[in-house]
Design a protein around this ligand. Sequence first.
Ligand code: F3S
Length: 71
Amino acid sequence: MYVISVDPARCQGHARCVVFAPDVFDIDDEGYSFVQPERGTCAQLSEDVQLAIANCPERAISATDDDSKLE
Ligand code: F3S
């Protein structure tokens, strides 16, 4: 299970994540990205999310394999 998150300290509001994966990311009132409720975990990373991660100029998006936390 992957956990998708946006680092608020890195996000600068470029909004490319919303362009590539509008079902997962949204922009708050301040112009910064957040992961939409109940969209922050997935069994496999969709191509949309992978594109969002790859195209964020600030490298603010991460997808952590939750299984690695079970060690
Ligand atoms: Fe922020 Fe990167 Fe999206 S800077 S708004 S997470 S493209």
